[in-house]
Design a protein around this ligand. Structure first.
Ligand SMILES: *Cc1c(COP(=O)(O)O)cnc(C)c1O
Length: 388
């Protein structure tokens, strides 16, 4: 039934996890899902009110412009300049997306030919690899090295592979490892892309979810980056509006144009009302974002401290709402995920779902209400604490 192309990709990691959770709930088990990274917190109220207002305008219910409304693209460019000090041309260097996942998944289709190599991070957000497979490309996994803070060692990529590679997907702050990238790393990367003629595709979906004063940089802050790269941004995690489906890509005008051309043939853009409310989100007060990040910081501190009390080696993430935990008993990702589920009813994500180099880790997401998160940690402490 499935095409050969579709047969090359597995079903999506989280749709499998959803099924497992439903099966347990059907047995009457009170499952706590720390698997999916989907904020439980409500969006800032003024953003929701802006959407309510936008719904009242009949013009907003018609087809939107393909590249996004001029107003939203300008708002994105202004936000980008305020945040990273980089100027963007809203007409040529900004394209609105139906969430960043949509754009990331379609990009290989716009840029690669069958058999082209694409460098993808391992472990990594699964969409990069599957998008390459769906475009008949060849994903080449680039290990993220825990010793280097989950940055890749560019010199370890065989030059023959790099010469044939067309795209290089990167994602900092990183899902699932919570690794972060410095401007120095981005500068090396831009040089690398220039040397080998590779287009950099940096996914900055977590740029605003960072702690203790850390402000993640943009790839485009580097001189020359716009010649070789694009960066994907999302309003999903920043404003807790994952269900709205709005994001944008910025940077190299030719790449932006190619993706735009593909999209005019596939979809009809983002609901205008959502773009209008998204404009309000980007241009209005940002204290709602800081308040939400503060909630995640408190949860992060609580979980890290409680799990460390078990004698586990738990890294403290500087950004994202994920804890990337080496399995404390040395078991495999899948084994540990199943042990935790059976003994506690808590769902975590097996690291192996993000690539071979994710083996030996699980990912915990802190996007459930405080009380549920504490309950999850209590159950884990009871099940794995000393004397049990
Ligand atoms: C959540 C996530 C996305 C998808 O964001 P949307 O804008 O909601 O599509 C993209 N990349 C990474 C790494 C993510 O974790």
């Amino acid at each position: 039934m499935e095409s050969k192309r579709l047969q090359r990709v597995p079903s999506y990691l989280f749709s499998d996890l959803d099924r497992k959770q439903e099966a347990l709930q059907a047995q009457g088990i009170d499952v706590i899902n720390l698997g999916v990274g989907d904020p439980d917190l409500p969006p800032p109220p003024h953003v929701v009110e802006a959407l309510q207002e936008a719904l009242k305008d009949p013009a907003n219910h018609r087809y939107p412009p393909y590249a996004g409304t001029r107003e939203f693209r300008e708002a994105a460019a202004q936000w980008f300049h305020r945040r990273f000090g980089v100027h963007l041309d809203p007409d040529r260097e900004v394209l609105v997306l139906i969430g960043s996942k949509e754009g990331l998944a379609h990009l290989p289709w716009a840029l690669i030919d069958p058999g082209d190599i694409v460098l993808v991070p391992d472990p990594g957000y699964p969409v990069y690899k599957t998008a390459v497979l769906l475009a008949d490309g060849e994903p080449y996994p680039v290990p993220l090295d825990p010793q280097r803070g989950f940055l890749p060692d560019l010199e370890s990529i065989p030059p023959g592979v790099a010469r044939r590679a067309k795209l290089f997907f990167l994602n900092y702050p990183n899902n699932p490892t919570a690794g972060t990238a410095s401007r120095e790393f981005y500068a090396d990367l831009v040089k690398y892309a220039q040397d080998y003629g590779i287009i950099l595709v940096q996914d900055n979906s977590y740029s605003e979810i960072a702690y203790d004063g850390y402000r993640p940089p943009s790839l485009l802050e580097i001189d020359g980056a716009k010649e070789v790269g694009v960066e994907f941004h999302s309003l999903s995690k920043t404003y807790c509006i994952t269900g709205w489906r709005i994001g944008f890509v910025v940077g190299n005008a030719e790449v932006v144009a190619a993706l735009g051309k593909l999209k005019t043939n596939l979809d009809s853009g983002v609901f205008r009302a959502i773009q209008q409310a998204g404009t309000v989100a980007l241009t209005g007060p940002q204290d709602g974002v800081l308040e939400r990040v503060e909630v995640f910081r408190r949860r992060r501190d609580m979980v890290v401290q409680r799990l460390r009390e078990l004698g586990w080696e738990v890294p403290l993430p500087k950004a994202t709402f994920y804890i990337w935990l080496p399995t404390p008993d040395g078991s495999s990702s899948k084994e540990f995920t199943e042990t935790v589920l059976e003994r506690t009813g808590v769902v975590v994500t097996p690291g192996s779902g993000y690539g071979e180099r994710g083996e030996g880790y699980v990912r915990l997401s802190i996007t459930v209400p405080d009380a549920r998160l504490e309950e999850a940690v209590n159950r884990i402490t009871e099940a794995f604490g000393k004397g049990t």
